[in-house]
Design a protein around this ligand. Structure first.
Ligand code: MN
Length: 228
């Protein structure tokens, strides 16, 4: 194998619950506006279907680490989300087959520079600066999938105050539909993570804020917003 001309970038890895090793991250797909109440709070047309955007693999913040307050924003927002970890390849899969691609589930926070995202929306510009920045994807350990996808409560608190408290059953696209839709647009491969959208109640974070969250049947996440 040829030598690299620079050191290869480190692989982003998320631990698997129970100490079964690490899940190497290939890329991160995210669903936008997958809960009607959140679409409404964003001022969006709820008749529009959900859609995808992406974050780079190295946006993940592994459990036990604290994300830094990002540069160039005055309005960092939290979005608690169920995360689907893809363990088998697939393209153009039907919803009925989609769960066979799933390795497991995690709890993630889609950190968002809301001011930059809103400015991009106004100008018809891409969302990358608002969504795909460094340390924008804190995530819990991955729980290997059971027979059925998680279906219960999803919640997030800031400094002990519950800000988001929803139900996965309220997702517009459910997990099989998300995986099937994504596989029509991209060849899904082991290592892909899919953030599945956030319920209503998103809001600002400040340096020093303690964030706790969870998804029933999956796990919990906790971090403190660093720096600033
Ligand atoms: Mn989101």
């Amino acid at each position: 194998m040829a030598d690299f001309v620079i050191a290869p970038p480190p692989l982003a890895v998320v631990p698997v619950a129970g100490g079964q090793g690490g899940f190497p991250v290939r890329r991160i797909l995210c669903v936008g506006r997958n809960y009607a109440a959140h679409a409404r709070e964003m001022g969006a047309d709820t008749r529009e279907p959900p859609f995808f955007f992406t974050k780079p693999a190295d946006a993940v913040v592994a459990p036990g680490r604290d994300p830094a307050y990002p540069s160039r924003t005055a309005n960092l927002h939290h979005e608690i989300e169920l995360v689907v970890a893809i363990g088998r390849p697939g393209r153009d899969v039907a919803p009925e087959e989609a769960l066979s691609l799933v390795y497991g589930y995690a709890v993630g926070v889609d950190l968002t520079r809301r001011d930059l995202q809103n400015a991009a929306k106004d100008k018809g510009h891409p969302w990358d600066a608002g969504k795909a920045f460094d340390e924008s994807a804190p995530i819990s350990a991955i729980a290997p999938a059971g027979a059925a996808p998680p279906a219960g409560r999803i919640w997030l608190s800031v400094n002990g105050d519950v800000k988001q408290d929803g139900r996965l059953a309220d997702m517009i696209w459910n997990v099989p539909e998300i995986v099937a839709e994504a596989s029509k647009l991209w060849a899904l491969a082991p290592g892909d993570l899919v953030f599945t959208g956030t319920p209503e109640g998103v809001g600002p974070l400040r340096p020093g804020d303690r964030v706790e969250g969870g998804v029933e049947g999956v796990g919990t996440i906790g971090f403190t917003v660093a720096g600033g």
